[in-house]
Ligand binder design. Structure first.
Ligand code: PGA
Length: 248
């Protein structure tokens, strides 16, 4: 089964609305054919990014959303609010949300079906810490995090992009070797095949210090279908370089 390569930028708390629009205008002519692309932008830049990305093929994702449709949840944003802006999807479960903002597996188990029910595309991030890897707990941790998919139909799991992001590789310049990443990706695919029978369909991105010069070696691995890019997605030249490296 051939899976379309998918590269997404995660801008985190970077770029104002004006900066986001300027970036997308500059990126547009450089998006290669045959590679799906997206940027996960801060809430305040979503509307401008949707306008700037129109007609370019680049999808615009939020970086988080609340699982409830509405309610007394100060500071939160719902799927319906994202849809109103024309947002295509949402990144859920990034390790910074888990570690710095207390996002739990239980909350994610509600967010995943809420996002799908609203018609948003979903990138769902999982990954172990350095400590967990040292304790040989990587597979246990990944399997536990993937349990948040349990409330989804097989069809929705197949449509979910998983981002494998070893926490120790994020923003550190320490990339997992292609072999280490491939081993984790193969495991994730097997868990999804066992649980839902859609292992061959689901796309799994690698994330953690992916750059133009190491992207091709990672993406060529049989179970790595693209990347979720932090630092290198802030610069058009570098992000376009990674998109090129993902060309089938
Ligand atoms: P990085 O971040 O590419 O800067 O390591 C990846 C991520 O957090 O998604």
């Amino acid at each position: 089964m051939s899976r379309t390569p998918f590269v997404a930028g995660n801008w985190k708390m970077h770029k104002t609305a004006a900066e986001a629009s300027a970036f997308l205008t500059e990126l547009a002519p450089r998006v290669p054919r045959g590679v799906e692309s997206a940027v996960c932008v801060p809430f305040t830049a979503l509307a401008g990014a949707v306008d700037a990305a129109a007609g370019t093929g680049v999808h615009v994702y939020a970086q988080n959303m609340h699982q409830a449709a509405q309610g007394a949840f100060t500071g939160e944003v719902s799927a319906r609010m994202l849809l109103e802006l024309g947002v295509d999807g949402v990144l859920l479960g990034h390790s910074e949300r888990r570690q710095l903002f207390g996002e739990t597996d239980a909350a994610l188990a509600e967010k995943l079906p809420a996002a799908h029910a609203a018609g948003l595309r979903v990138i769902f991030a999982v990954g172990e810490t350095a400590r967990e890897r040292d304790d040989s707990a990587t597979e246990t941790v990944l399997a536990r995090q993937l349990e948040a998919l349990a409330g989804l139909s097989a069809e929705r799991v197949a449509a979910t992009t998983i981002a494998y992001e070893p926490v120790w590789a994020i923003g550190t310049g320490l990339t997992a070797t292609p072999e280490m990443a491939q081993t984790a990706h193969r495991f994730i695919r097997a868990v999804i095949e066992r649980g839902f029978g859609v292992g061959a369909q689901v796309r799994i991105q690698y994330g953690g210090s992916m750059k133009p010069d190491n992207a091709a070696g990672l993406i060529v691995q049989p179970d790595i279908d693209g990347g979720l890019i932090g630092g290198a997605s802030l610069d058009v030249e570098q992000f376009a370089g990674i998109l090129d490296a993902a060309r089938p």
